[in-house]
Write a protein that binds this ligand. Structure first.
Ligand code: EPU
Length: 337
């Protein structure tokens, strides 16, 4: 366990904000986490658990306890002819898990290659890309309940998964800390290539359809569009794609027939926020030291030395113009701290 006072969170947030936590605690095991809960009763909103900080925007110093898991390890806990179940420590880097799955020829995680963040957050945020979401793989999520220090196991169907949502973000917010996540991966080929340009990109590269080529292809697509946080601070998609009623979609698509959309169910349609932001002319624009990425309008970037407040100001202007033009409200995917 490592406990540090007045700790700079610069290496722990991909937006590159140099803010301090009053106390930073990093733990290596479930036992250590239980010890922390005994020694530092976590009350109210004076504490925060972070992963890789790839979905956070700090607006100032954090006057409380910041926890970070270093629980590591990959463990095959069950296996049959069709699938394996791998139990992974919450502090593992997400993409290390994807690389591990691909190197073992286990299918399912490859479309989620290169998503920044850690395994614990994959279960809280239900991360997703290119037609696959973490919930499609998750079997069980192990947690420690903050109030009692007790271990609990949530089966997939108890996690309330939806687009970028889970019970850990909603009804059980701040009540559980994820310690391990078990994923089911298939041993036989099953690819998801129908999202956007994934199949076309793979065919263009002329490579055979193999698991490692799909991973490489996804990495290329992401690298071509999304800024590397090591080079330019950002937190990936800043906004969620709004889900609107079908009737509203019909009215909008009469005005904007070229508007991309994905059906969620018979009543609801998801509209790409990136497209609407782009249509409002924001791509590549800047306000002070905050900018809109020139290749993906959904990504806000720190052009160097921006404060959290500057980023938020830009995001509010974007929300206003999307609402004025399309009558659709878009909400941040990034958490403001
Ligand atoms: N588009 C534009 N202008 C842009 C960017 C995109 O018009 O500047 C259009 C595209 O042409 C496309 C549509 O918007 O028709 C959707 O774009 P894209 O496929 O790039 O995906 P997205 O909806 O913008 C989501 C996820 C990403 C994920 C990609 C791929 C959310 C909030 N974002 O973005 O996730 O990588 O799909 O699956 O759902 C993240 O969450 O941080 C993230 C990067």
């Amino acid at each position: 366990m490592k406990i540090t006072k007045d700790y700079s969170l610069l290496p722990h947030n991909t937006f590159g904000m140099d803010v301090k936590a009053s106390l930073f605690i990093e733990y290596d095991s479930v036992e250590e986490l239980k010890q922390i809960l005994r020694d530092y009763p976590l009350e109210g909103d004076r504490w925060l658990h972070i992963g890789a900080g790839s979905n956070l925007l700090f607006t100032g110093d954090y006057p409380g306890i910041v926890l970070h898991s270093c629980i590591r390890g990959f463990e095959v806990v069950a296996e049959d002819a069709e699938a394996v179940i791998v139990r992974v420590g919450a502090g593992e880097v997400w993409d290390d898990f994807v690389a591990y799955a691909v190197s073992n020829e286990w299918y399912g995680a490859e479309n989620l290659s290169l998503i920044p963040g850690e395994v614990g957050a994959s279960a809280v945020q239900n991360i997703g890309a290119y037609g696959v979401e973490a919930k499609d793989l998750i079997m069980e999520v192990e947690t420690i309940e903050v109030a009692t220090g007790k271990e609990r196991v949530f089966r997939n169907e108890e996690c309330g998964y939806a687009y970028r949502e889970s019970v850990f973000k909603l009804s059980l917010k701040r009540q559980h800390i994820v310690t391990k996540v078990s994923y089911r991966l298939r041993k036989t080929p099953s690819y998801h290539l129908d999202y956007g340009n994934v199949r076309a990109e793979l065919e263009k590269s002329g490579c055979a359809l193999t698991l490692s080529n799909v991973r490489e292809g996804i990495i290329k697509i992401r690298e071509a569009k999304l800024p590397d946080p090591k080079v330019q601070g950002n937190a990936g998609s800043f906004f969620m794609n709004p889900i609107i009623p079908y009737a509203q979609f019909e009215a909008l698509s009469a005005r904007y027939p070229q508007m991309p959309h994905y059906e969620v169910d018979a009543q609801r349609v998801k509209i790409p926020a990136a497209w609407m932001i782009d249509q409002c002319g924001w791509k590549g624009k800047q306000m002070g030291r905050a900018g809109v990425h020139h290749k993906q309008a959904l990504v806000l970037v720190n052009l160097g030395g921006a404060t959290g407040k500057e980023i938020i100001r830009l995001s509010e202007e974007i929300q206003k113009s999307v609402s004025d033009k399309f009558g659709v409200s878009i909400s941040p995917e990034v958490n403001f701290i």
